[in-house]
Write a protein that binds this ligand. Structure first.
Ligand code: UDP
Length: 317
């Protein structure tokens, strides 16, 4: 198949494209490198020079997007473009919002013109700071529309609304709500909890805990997530589906795991909790189990060890 991937230099895209190329598909990808990594593109180009076609441009630019694939049949689209890390998506909040609205509208138009199946990467952030726990897909969320995170949270909510509108127009749209995902090839400076902890520990620096570290997340290893994305794309499901780990862990416990693997003597530094930082997060994945026969397999200890191994090759000490 010919498969278009938006945001193809990102961490999740890297693992997805690698899997799709192994299955002999041809990948058309583009990225604006706001949060994507040039090294990922270089590596994919070297490994698969004939089946991976890359261009640098912004999803907001419909003309460039249309020109890129003008005379090509596109069977499937994975729409992954948008910075997902809080400190990165807050650098240019207007652009984050434009990417979610104008960008998603552009790519849905392409899906309509090309009659392609499309999978939209939505997020657990659409649940905000949840008052229902764990979060099922029919929970409508608790999002602050007037805060630092809202460019992304509300942006992704409007992306889902656009997807709903195009679904009603007859486009085969899938929506995945991705919960915290981690693993090798994450951008070293994305500011996320595991990239910070591992980079800090390898450099012998203190680990930075925001707040008292009692807030929770559920971390899914990247290869597990990719299996879920492929299953959802192949399914006949058009309602939003949560994909994530059910193993919920406190941030302070994540720090302890990283310490125990790299250096138990590393110290912790406590910093203020960012505003609107959700206190707890865990997906209800009943639907993913039922409709996709999917659940994560990689345990947290194993996943973090694999991530540390790959980070050791990249972190400059
Ligand atoms: N966090 C932390 N130290 C860091 C980076 C993040 O304690 O160096 C906390 C952050 O405040 C949040 C959790 O870890 O409560 C997960 O943060 P991340 O940015 O990875 O993801 P998100 O908040 O989007 O779930």
């Amino acid at each position: 198949m010919n498969i278009l991937v938006t945001g193809c230099a990102g961490f999740i895209a890297y693992h997805l494209i690698f899997t799709l190329l192994e299955q002999n598909h041809t990948i058309y990808g583009f990225d604006n490198f706001i949060s994507g990594q040039k090294e990922n593109i270089e590596r994919l180009n070297i490994l698969y020079p004939n089946n991976f076609v890359f261009k640098e441009f912004d999803l907001i630019d419909f003309e460039k997007l249309n020109k890129f694939i003008y005379d090509i049949k596109i069977d499937q689209i994975y729409h992954l473009a948008c910075p997902a890390s809080p400190p990165i998506y807050q650098i240019d909040p207007l652009h984050t919002l434009d990417t979610c609205y104008i960008g998603t509208r552009n790519i849905l138009e392409i899906a309509r013109i090309k009659n392609s199946k499309i999978l939209l990467a939505s997020t657990s952030e659409i649940y905000g700071d949840p008052t229902v726990h764990p979060q099922p897909e029919n929970y409508w969320g608790n999002v602050n529309s007037f805060g630092l995170r809202s460019c992304y949270d509300e942006g992704k909510r409007v992306s889902e609304t656009l997807s709903f509108i195009y679904l009603k127009k007859g486009i085969d749209v899938k929506i995945v709500r991705i919960f915290n995902t981690y693993g090798p090839k994450m951008s070293l400076n994305d500011g996320r909890v595991l990239t910070n902890f591992i980079t800090q520990a390898l450099r012998g620096e203190n680990l930075t805990i925001y707040g008292d570290g009692s807030q929770t997340r559920s971390l899914c290893f990247c290869t597990d997530l990719i299996k879920g994305l492929l299953k959802l794309m192949d399914s006949n499901i058009n309602m939003p589906i949560n994909l994530g780990s059910q193993f919920e862990i406190r941030i302070i416990e994540i720090a302890e795991i990283v310490k125990s693997i790299i250096n138990p003597d590393i110290k912790l530094t406590f910093k203020p909790l960012p505003s609107d930082d959700p206190k707890q997060r865990r997906p209800d994945i009943t639907n993913a189990k039922k409709y996709l026969d999917w659940e994560p397999q990689v345990g947290i200890q194993e996943g973090i060890s694999l991530m540390i191994k790959e980070f050791k090759e990249r972190v400059k000490l």
